[in-house]
Design a protein around this ligand. Structure first.
Ligand SMILES: C[S@@+](CC[C@H](N)C(=O)[O-])C[C@H]1O[C@@H](n2cnc3c(N)ncnc32)[C@H](O)[C@@H]1O
Length: 285
């Protein structure tokens, strides 16, 4: 949904509320009960003492989840947004994990070479212009026995919401936003990843947002307003347009907003290798 232009990314994440609203919408209105923090933890097969770099950690939910589950290793949460790190560090820490919050970039991590048992970069690589540099950096930081956990969306996820956002952008001449991080999706990620890793397990989660009233859809769409500088002056008109448009689409859908979504995790094993050597296995969650 967002562009990988660093100014736009900085603007979008200079506030923490928009991301929180989107996460809460997924938590409240997903058809399946799938806790992505728990999925991540299970894919990582953690035993407790692992050192983890969480790149693009946002408000720090994953590190806090691990601490609450008794993780004992060190977790370094890295994000380019100071606001996200302030919010992350304000949460009282549970359990015995050591958590450090550090401002930094995916392409120049403030983490020592060969330090991490796991490098985690969930729903963030689509924001990075030089993805190859970020992946090389993840491999630098991961130990030889370490692994990298990535996640992103399918380009087919949440078509109804994104069609509405495109119509909004057109109506107010705002410039179309990149859909769901189109530069790194389930459909286009593998050719890039196979150049950096020796083995990759692809785990797909099929789900849907099922929303019984217009308000949460309107709020979700409003979280994207900061992506457009012009929206500052047009906010009221845009809100009114979204309210009418969402009500209209709700009517067309028979009073229930249903948006299919696909999330994908990549469990990646770094190693120096030839492209053809990469082994890829896939499964559904
Ligand atoms: C969609 S949020 C994902 C948050 C978290 N990983 C999660 O799974 O809930 C993307 C996060 O990546 C951060 N980010 C974007 N580009 C970055 C970069 N180049 N380096 C570090 N963090 C970045 C943003 O500030 C934001 O907090």
């Amino acid at each position: 949904m967002l562009t990988d232009d660093s100014t736009s990314v900085a603007r979008q994440y200079s506030l923490t509320d928009p991301l929180k609203v989107r996460i809460q919408t997924h938590e409240r209105y997903s058809e399946r009960i799938v806790d992505l923090n728990l999925v991540s933890e299970q894919l990582m097969e953690l035993n407790g003492p692992e050192d983890i770099a969480d790149v693009g950690c946002g408000p720090g939910r994953f590190a806090q989840h691990l601490a609450g589950r008794g993780h004992r290793g060190t977790v370094i949460g890295v994000d380019q947004s100071a606001a996200m790190l302030v919010e992350a560090s304000a949460v009282p820490q549970a359990g015995g994990a050591m958590i450090a919050w550090v401002r930094g970039s995916a392409t120049g991590l403030p983490v020592a070479e060969d330090w991490a048992d796991w490098v985690v970069a969930r729903h963030m690589l689509y924001h990075v212009a030089d993805k190859g540099a970020a992946l090389a950096e993840f491999c630098r930081v991961a130990r030889s026995s370490g692994r990298v956990l990535l996640s992103t969306n399918s380009e087919r996820s949440m078509q109804h919401i994104h069609d509405t956002v495109d119509a909004l952008a057109e109506r107010f001449s705002l410039g179309r936003l990149e859909r769901l991080g189109a530069s790194f999706t389930m459909e286009n990620a593998l050719p890039l990843l196979t150049r950096h890793f020796a083995a990759i397990e692809v785990v797909t989660i099929r789900d849907a947002l099922v929303i019984p009233e217009p308000e949460p859809v309107m709020q979700y769409i409003a979280t994207l307003f900061p992506s457009w500088p012009a929206a500052l002056d047009l906010r009221r008109e845009m809100e009114q347009w979204v309210e009418a448009e969402v009500a209209h689409r709700f009517g067309q859908m028979g009073g229930l907003w249903r948006d299919e979504k696909l999330t994908v995790f990549y469990v990646c094993h770094p190693a120096a290798h030839h492209e053809n050597d990469c082994v890829v296995v896939s499964r559904e969650w």
